[in-house]
Design a protein around this ligand. Sequence first.
Ligand code: AHM
Ligand code: MG
Length: 342
Amino acid sequence: MSSPIEASRNSHFPNLMSLQSFILREEERYPSAGGDFTWILSALSLAAKSIAAKVRTARIEDVLGEQGGANVHGETQQKLDVIANDILMTCLGNRPSVAVVASEEDEEPTILRRGSQGGKYCVIFDPLDGSSNLDVCVSVGTVFSILRNDPNIPGAAETLQQPGTKQLAAGYILYGSSTVFVLTTGNGVHMFVLDPAIGTFVLVKSNIQIPRAHRSYSVNEAYRHSFPAGIQRYLDWAHQHDYSSRYIGSMVSDVHRILLQGGVFLYPPTKKNPTGKLRLMYEANPMAFIMEQAGGRAVVGSGPEPDRRVLEIEPTGIHQRTSLVIGSPDEVANVLTHLKAS
Ligand code: AHM
Ligand code: MG
């Protein structure tokens, strides 16, 4: 009789590692976790598959376009923003260890259960980042972050206001030409792709390391005239040094490309958004955690301390915004050089 390894070599079925098995294996390293984490990540995986299916059939089901309302930031909500939000709320709401959920789309966080009722974790998410691109079939994404619930803090918003360094896990799902799930639990960055034939996320790359340098920047250059002088100096320098420019306008897609190929993404302060546009807790922190785990950097890129790590910002509100410079370590350093030059 052949050994299991020989059997798998001779098998027609490839030796796949599913997201589920991967998380179970990770959790074995932390026996005190007791399976709760696996349940939360499996809820996120279920939600991701469901949102992916909605995104793929949005035009057929006529759920593209605006919902007819505005979210907490005064921005127009797309129908799919609302659908994705509902899917995540439903999937996470069923998990007994989730204490609080907070969505970029909702003004207030939702308390599902108290610490005394078993609520150990808080999950924060942007259900569909870049959703204004949906009507034209451009990739969009879900971003999430998991924090520990402090049972001694009664207020939901206060429980969530932890710096990014405290994140237990973070990730994003990119609904692109394939559906990609990128995850960190503080032990490297791992990438899974949804195999639609079997309905499972399978591991395609573990321990992703971002290239140290790549001459490419990603910024909405139309706002150049209102960027701080240092960013304008950087762009002049990049033009003189044969950089290429790539901007999808969907942060998850832009940062995913940079994670794999290198480069730098910038969303500096602008006249319209003087403190930056991206949300610290829903967008910047999870991406910064992933980027640092992959050997990259994520800094605020503005103000008196432009090299301040995004992960070290002490949040003062759950919807607060931040400026962001994120990507390959050498490329972030190039931006900082120009920010610091007077
Ligand atoms: P959203 O969360 O409302 O979708 O906004 C965030 C998005 C990011 O995905 C993207 O990088 C940015 O907004 C684009 O903004 P702009 O159109 O100002 O370049
Ligand atoms: Mg967003």
